[in-house]
Ligand binder design. Structure first.
Ligand code: AMP
Length: 393
């Protein structure tokens, strides 16, 4: 982006404005919008105009009010301190007319790309229609760069010369590369959340680079069960028990310290009103489920984190959306913030972990907060992301 001459050019920017909205369509977390500002401002400051395209949520059947990007227009206008025009469709004659009238310094926001199923299908004709809206294409949507969608990847065919990585996307790559290639040791990865399935490959990849692997959240119970523990009705993926045993052995063979929870806050129902108690992780009675790490585990994990020089975190330690099961995630976030203040490098990614640090007001205390969830994991796994490959080859 730094070398490109944007003067009197229209930049078509794929941003990631997939932000959470409440029932009255107010933005609950604007991290992703703020993260796109440097790229937008760079074009505007150098005499270009900007056409913004994004998806929001997962509409399945055309237009739906709750997924309209018009809910983002006013907030974006405040952040950019200028008026933003809005096009009610991302393609079509009317949109082309608005685009052609754009003057340098002006910004147009297009309606949700996913109101057209062709977006996720990666349709070439749809990409071509979008491509008419810009002289230069910029991809700044890291969160969707692992998808070969029309606006993230296929569209680049129509910009053989004029296709660029945005500032945000570039800094995501730089920060992830920096921790994966030049981490200071001890390097600790913390994984949580519900599903083991999506995280097996990343564990295999990380094990070659890290010193400590902390596993919390629902995914820990598959490992506890694999070690012969009683986990009651906690979340377990039976099909992955064998694999969990392999991963435990692999960590051992590579001298990686695998830290699993030692105690758990268990509940007799998946509800904030359930009866709760604290028990040893491998002594959970039937009829009860572990919904957070326990206080002893918090201390254990926090100690490992505080003695680490590089920290990668993805996934909550418990069902943090419910107040009775948020303590573990809070404590871990606090420990990462403290380690960062003491000079360690921390990279946090994934919707839930980022929501947790925002809720705790700790985002500014992390070295880098990634806007990617799935994209971050796939990048770390070493996969080529279509949105990045389409630009940098
Ligand atoms: P994932 O999509 O795999 O990153 O999982 C995120 C979700 O995992 C969050 O919505 C958490 O509520 C949930 N989660 C974390 N810990 C547990 C647990 N012990 N049991 C069930 N769900 C959990």
């Amino acid at each position: 982006m730094d070398q490109f001459n944007f003067f009197e050019k229209r930049a078509l920017i794929r941003v990631d404005f997939n932000v959470p909205l409440n029932e009255t369509f107010e933005i609950e977390d604007d991290t992703r919008i703020r993260a796109s500002l440097p790229t937008i401002n760079k074009v505007l400051d150098r005499g270009g105009s900007v056409v913004l395209m994004s998806h929001l949520g997962r509409p399945t059947n055309g237009y739906e009010e709750r997924f309209s990007l018009k809910h983002v227009q006013n907030h974006l206008s405040k952040l950019l301190q200028r008026d933003i025009e809005f096009a009610e469709d991302c393609i079509g004659d009317q949109t082309i007319t608005i685009v052609q009238a754009l003057l340098p310094g002006e910004v147009l926001l297009l309606e949700n790309l996913r109101f057209h199923p062709e977006e996720t299908e990666g349709d070439k004709n749809f990409s071509k229609e979008l491509a008419q809206l810009g002289d230069v294409y910029i991809n700044d949507a890291f969160g969707t760069s692992h998808r070969a969608h029309a606006s993230t990847s296929i569209i680049t065919q129509f910009f053989p010369e004029n296709k660029l990585l945005g500032t945000l996307l570039q800094s995501e790559i730089d920060n992830i590369d920096s921790i994966m290639q030049n981490a200071r040791h001890p390097f600790t990865a913390i994984l949580g959340g519900a599903k083991v399935a999506g995280k097996v490959e990343i564990i295999k990849q990380l094990i070659n680079k890290i010193d400590n692997l902390i596993i919390g959240g629902g995914m820990a119970f598959t490992f506890i069960r694999a070690k012969g523990g009683n986990v009651g009705d906690s979340l377990v993926d039976d099909s992955l028990i064998e694999l969990a045993i392999e991963l435990i052995e692999l960590a051992d063979a590579k001298n990686v310290h695998l830290h699993l929870p030692i105690d758990s806050i268990i509940a007799d129902d998946f509800s904030n009103d359930a009866t709760i108690k604290n028990v040893k992780i491998d002594e959970i009675p039937d009829g009860w489920m572990g919904l957070d790490i326990g206080p002893e585990t918090q201390i254990l994990f926090a100690d490992v984190i505080r003695s680490s020089k590089s920290i990668l975190w993805n996934g909550p330690m418990g069902v943090f959306e419910m107040s009775n099961f948020e303590a573990g995630t809070k404590r871990i976030a606090q420990a990462i913030a403290d380690a960062t203040t003491a000079g360690s490098f921390s990279l946090v990614g994934g919707g839930d972990s980022v929501a947790a640090i925002n809720k705790l007001g700790l985002a500014d205390r992390m070295s880098y907060v990634s806007t990617g969830g799935g994209a971050l994991l796939e990048y770390i796994e070493g996969k080529e992301l279509p949105g990045i490959k389409a630009i940098s080859g």
